[in-house]
Write a protein that binds this ligand. Structure first.
Ligand code: NAD
Length: 512
C-alpha cells in the first residue's frame, strides 16, 4: 500500500473548501430560523485528515432543545394535514437539489468525516435516493376498508403520522443516515428534531438548509447540533409531546435511549452496531468473493455498521483467497480524501485509530499473522494501514467485537455447520455476506443465519428500496423500503355503524 504526502490541498481545492464551508449554516435550526445557542456556547469540528479545525458550531443547550421540541410540537397538526402530494413534492425537490449540490455535499463529508471524495459522491447518490423513494411512497400509503366478518360494522383502517420525532444520527454516513430518517418522516407527516453526531454536523446542517430551500415549512425539521448529546436528548425524551425516537449508532447508547423511552412509552427505531460475517464456501468463485470482501470490508474505511467484520473462509480455498485479497489490500492508497487517487481516508478521530490498533495488537498476541499492513500511519491525521490478518483465533477481539476500521481478520472453517455456528456466534445480527456458486446452499444459509440482511455473492446491498435493519442486539425496526414509511405512522381503526343495519334484506325481510 502507498500513502500520499499530506501537502496542503491544491489552491483550487482550497477555494472550493472555503466556499462550501461559508455556505454551511453553523447555528441551530429552530422553527425555520438559524440561531445561536441560548448560552452562546460553541464546539469545534475537525478535519480528521489534517487535525485542523474547519468550523465552529453553536452547541445546543437544554433550553435550545426544549425550544426545538416546542417548534416541532406546534407544527405537527398543520403538517399532518398538509396533503401527501405537497409533502411528496417537497421531497422530490429536495432530491433534485441534492443532485444539483452533490459536489458540495460530497466535499463536506470528506472534510468532516474523512472518506475519499469518490466514496462521498457515492453516499450522496445513496442518501439522495431516500428522498426520491419516500417522495414516491408518500402518496401510496394504502389503508383498508371492509366489513367485519360478522357484518355488524364497517372497518376503516388508516395510517396517521406518529407525531413529533427525535432523530439521532451517527458520524459514519452523515448524509444517508439523516435522509433515511428525515425523508420517511416528511412523507408520513411527522415533525422532527434532528441531532447530528458531534463529529460530523456540517452535512446535516447543509442538508437542513436544502430542505428549507425545497419548501419544507418552518418547524417541521429542527436541528440541534451539540457538544453534549444528553443535553439535547434528555429533555426531549422526557417531553410528553414526543412520540418517537429513531436512533442510529452504537448498541450501548441505543440501550440507554430505550431505557429513557420507557417512561413515555415511545415508539423506537434502533439501528445499532454489527459484527457482520462474510462466508466464503469451497464452491465460491474466489475472485467474486475477494471483490465482495473488499467492498464489504473497505467501504467507508471499514467504518460501516454493514462492514464484513469477520471473513470466514473454507480451509480448502483460504490460501488462494488470502493471496488475492492481500494483493488488493496492498494496492490501496491511504491519504487525505480530497486528493486524487486516494482510496482509504483517515479514521474519524484519534480514539477510533487507537481502537483499531488495539484490535490488531490483541489478534497478533493471540497468534494471528499480519499479511498486509498492521500499523498506524504517522500524522497529522488519524490514518491506519489497510490490514489483512490470517489464522485469527475466534476469541480475538477483532472477531468478537465490531472493529470499525480497515482491518480484515480471516478465520477458517471446515464445513457448513461450522460456518453457520461461527457466523451466528455474536450478539449482533445486522449484515452478513455469503459466497457460493450453489444458490440452493446460499438460500439455505439465509434460512439458518440470524441476520436482518444478507448479501448473496455480492458485497454491497444497501438500497433505499430495501428494508434495512437488524435482529438481536443490532436493533429494532427497518429503514427504507415500504417498511421505512411505517416506522413513522401509527395505525388507526375506525369502526363504522353498518350502513345496512336498518334496511331489510330483500331475501329474508330482516334488517342486516
Ligand atoms: P454513538 O452511539 O456513539 O453515537 C450515535 C449518536 O448518538 C451521535 O449523534 C451521538 O452524539 C449520540 N449520542 C451519544 N450518546 C448519547 C446519549 N447518551 N443520548 C443521546 N444521544 C447520544 O455511535 P457512533 O460512534 O456515532 O456510530 C458508530 C456506531 O453506529 C457503530 O456501532 C455502528 O455500527 C452504528 N451504526 C449503525 C447503523 C445501522 O443502520 N444499524 C448505521 C450506521 C452506524
Amino acid at each position: 500500500m502507498s500513502t500520499t504526502d499530506k501537502a496542503p490541498a491544491a489552491t483550487g481545492m482550497k477555494d472550493r473548501i472555503e466556499a462550501v464551508l461559508a455556505k454551511t449554516p453553523t447555528g441551530l435550526l429552530i422553527d425555520g430560523q438559524w440561531r445561536d445557542a441560548s448560552d452562546g456556547g460553541t464546539f469545534e469540528v475537525e478535519n480528521p485528515a489534517t487535525g485542523e479545525v474547519i468550523a465552529t458550531m453553536a452547541s445546543a443547550t437544554r433550553e435550545d432543545s426544549q425550544a426545538a421540541m416546542d417548534a416541532a410540537a406546534d407544527a405537527q397538526e398543520s403538517w399532518a394535514r398538509t396533503p401527501a402530494r405537497e409533502r411528496s413534492e417537497i421531497l422530490r425537490r429536495a432530491f433534485d437539489l441534492v443532485q444539483e449540490r452533490a459536489e458540495d455535499l460530497a466535499l463536506l463529508m470528506t472534510l468532516e468525516m474523512g472518506k475519499p471524495l469518490a466514496e462521498a459522491a457515492g453516499e450522496v447518490k445513496y442518501g439522495g435516493e431516500f428522498l426520491r423513494w419516500f417522495a414516491e411512497e408518500a402518496v401510496r400509503d394504502y389503508g383498508r376498508y371492509l366489513d367485519t366478518p360478522e357484518g355488524n360494522l364497517r372497518m376503516l383502517v388508516t395510517h396517521k403520522p406518529v407525531g413529533p420525532c427525535l432523530l439521532i444520527t451517527p458520524w459514519n454516513f452523515p448524509l444517508a443516515m439523516a435522509t433515511r430518517k428525515v425523508a420517511p418522516a416528511v412523507a408520513a407527516g411527522c415533525t422532527m428534531v434532528l441531532k447530528p453526531a458531534r463529529l460530523t454536523p456540517l452535512t446535516s446542517q447543509y442538508f437542513a438548509q436544502l430542505m428549507l430551500d425545497a419548501g419544507l415549512p418552518a418547524g417541521v425539521l429542527n436541528v440541534v447540533s451539540s457538544a453534549s448529546a444528553a443535553a439535547v436528548s434528555e429533555p426531549i425524551m422526557a417531553d410528553p409531546r414526543l412520540r418517537k425516537v429513531s436512533f442510529t449508532g452504537s448498541t450501548p447508547v441505543g440501550k440507554q435511549l430505550m431505557k429513557l423511552a420507557t417512561d413515555n412509552v415511545l415508539r423506537t427505531s434502533m439501528e445499532l452496531g454489527g459484527n457482520g460475517p462474510l462466508i466464503v464456501f469451497e464452491d465460491a468463485d474466489v475472485d467474486k468473493a475477494v471483490a465482495g470482501a473488499m467492498a464489504a470490508k473497505m467501504r467507508n474505511m471499514g467504518e460501516a455498521c454493514t462492514a464484513a467484520n469477520r471473513l470466514l473462509v473454507h480451509e480448502s480455498v483460504v490460501d488462494e483467497f488470502v493471496e488475492k485479497m492481500a494483493a488488493k489490500m496492498a494496492a490501496l492508497t491511504v491519504g487525505n480524501g480530497v486528493d486524487d487517487g486516494v482510496s482509504v481516508g483517515p479514521m474519524v478521530e484519534a480514539k477510533a485509530r487507537d481502537s483499531v490498533e488495539e484490535f490488531v495488537t490483541d489478534a497478533v498476541e493471540r497468534g494471528a499473522k499480519v499479511v498486509v499492513g498492521g500499523a498506524r500511519v504517522d500524522g497529522p491525521g488519524y490514518f491506519f494501514q489497510p490490514t489483512l490478518l490470517r489464522d485469527v483465533p475466534v476469541d480475538a477481539r477483532a472477531v468478537t467485537e465490531e472493529i470499525f476500521g480497515p482491518v480484515a481478520p480471516v478465520v477458517t472453517f471446515k464445513d457448513e455447520d461450522e460456518a453457520v455456528a461461527l457466523a451466528n456466534a455474536t450478539e449482533y445480527g445486522l449484515a452478513s455476506y455469503v459466497f457460493t456458486e450453489n444458490i440452493s446452499r446460499g438460500l439455505r444459509i439465509g434460512d439458518r443465519i440470524e441476520f436482518g440482511l444478507m448479501g448473496l455473492n455480492v458485497g454491497v446491498i444497501s438500497n433505499a428500496a430495501a428494508p434495512f435493519g437488524g435482529v438481536k442486539q443490532s436493533g429494532l425496526g427497518r429503514e427504507g423500503g415500504a417498511e421505512g414509511l411505517h416506522e413513522y405512522t401509527t395505525t388507526q381503526y375506525i369502526g363504522v355503524e353498518n350502513p345496512w343495519a336498518n334496511v331489510p334484506n330483500p331475501g329474508t325481510g330482516t334488517p342486516a
